[in-house]
Write a protein that binds this ligand. Structure first.
Ligand code: PLP
Length: 376
């Protein structure tokens, strides 16, 4: 059987990894400034993570959601403690798309409406409603296109109010910092305006924190820079440090009932231990503070490079914008300098999404390589 060929691959085969480094089968070492697409939060193969997951799998890896699972309760308490999102309720699933799919479905159950508003250049995943709310016609199949979605310009409060006033919108879904789209972020006036309008028109405000959440921006959630109270917050990526887990935090105003949402694998024992361990390590190693400090160091170094036209993003969710497409540069960084970075929908943007454990010495390695390459 062959693999369904949907991914253009780099000719690299990682076989092991440790903290911010990935090693291929020849033991060649790569500096990971991509984190497997913002997934690796506490570093590859963190000893506490390996120990806790190994011990849990030896005890009980999985049982269904029809029994009591104290590990879910523990995870919910830990997320509440670190995020400060007090009294929200947690529903667990397995990925970012699934988190957004459940968020949109729950919003629609809650207020009985069915139209979704999303924003230009946003990305919310590849399941039915989530992909319909994603601004990329190429990945929306006819079966998804039946969803009622309107995509607005980021920052356009006027049109948003006009659409919300028709009173048929169940949810506004937004990434406070766009990931795949290219690190764009609007203003406090906009995000706080979205929040206020959603409350005025009984529409759910969904903060998609799948990529920006779990400490990546230096705050637990990117929206916390603003004075907003999302009805639903979707999470995934950094949540499991590579173990597949996603979830939604649900405001106490939204009430649960049996059967409203459900999943076989979501919230399983191993996933809960993985995610609780991520939170413990973030706390013990002060990784949100580290994200802020290393970010400031990175941004400072970027200023000294004239080819960099703009540095975007916050914390360790960063983008370097050039005035040329970065595809070749990215390849050179991988193959000549052994450094993984990311791309974006914006072809001129090099994305930097390292583990939150990264140190200044690793940033120095990157900028030395970048300067050398830009001189060639
Ligand atoms: C903001 C955002 N939402 C949702 C998703 C979808 O997550 P997943 O690939 O886990 O389904 C992504 C993935 O890149 C994302 O960046």
């Amino acid at each position: 059987m062959s693999l369904f060929n949907v991914y253009p691959l780099f000719n690299i085969t990682p076989v092991k990894a440790k903290d911010v480094y990935v090693f291929d089968e020849n033991n060649t070492k790569y500096l990971d400034l991509y984190g497997g697409h913002a997934v690796i939060s506490i570093g590859h193969s963190h000893p506490k993570y390996v120990k806790n997951i190994s011990e849990q799998v030896a005890k009980l890896g999985f049982y269904s959601n029809s029994i009591i699972n104290p590990l879910q309760v523990h995870l919910a308490k830990k997320i509440e403690q670190l995020s400060g999102c007090v009294d929200y309720q947690l529903f667990l699933c397995n990925s970012g798309a699934e988190a957004n799919e459940n968020a949109l479905k729950l919003a629609s159950f809650h207020n009985g409406k069915k139209k979704i508003i999303a924003f230009k250049n946003g990305f919310h995943g590849r399941t039915s409603a989530a992909v319909a709310a994603t601004d990329n016609a190429k990945i929306i199949a006819p079966v998804n296109a039946q969803q009622e979605v309107e995509i607005l310009e980021l920052g356009d409060l006027k049109t948003l109010e006009k659409v919300l006033a028709k009173n048929n919108v169940c949810a506004v879904i937004i990434e406070c910092i766009q990931g795949v789209g290219g690190l764009d972020e609007s203003t406090a006036v906009f995000y706080e305006g979205v929040d206020a309008l959603c409350k005025k028109y009984n529409t759910c405000f969904i903060a998609d924190e799948v990529q920006s959440g779990f400490g990546r921006t230096g705050d637990f959630f990117a929206f916390q820079k603003y004075n907003v109270t999302p009805d639903i917050i979707s999470i995934a990526k950094g949540m499991g440090n590579g173990f597949p887990i996603g979830g939604i935090l649900i405001h106490p105003n939204i009430k649960a009932s049996f059967g409203l949402l459900g999943t076989t694998f979501g919230g399983n024992h191993l996933a809960c231990v993985a995610s609780s361990t991520v939170l413990e390590v973030i706390e013990e190693e002060n990784l949100m503070q580290n994200a802020k400090e290393i970010s400031a160091y990175f941004i400072d170094k970027a200023k000294a490079i004239p080819e960099i036209k703009n540095t975007k993003g916050r914390g360790l969710m960063l983008g370097l914008e050039f005035d040329f497409p970065i595809a070749e540069l990215r390849k050179k960084l991988i193959f000549n300098y052994k450094i993984f970075t990311g791309s974006a929908k914006n072809p001129n943007l090099l994305r930097i999404l390292p583990p939150l454990t990264i140190q200044k010495k690793h940033i120095d390695i990157f900028f030395d390589a970048l300067e050398k390459e830009l001189k060639t």
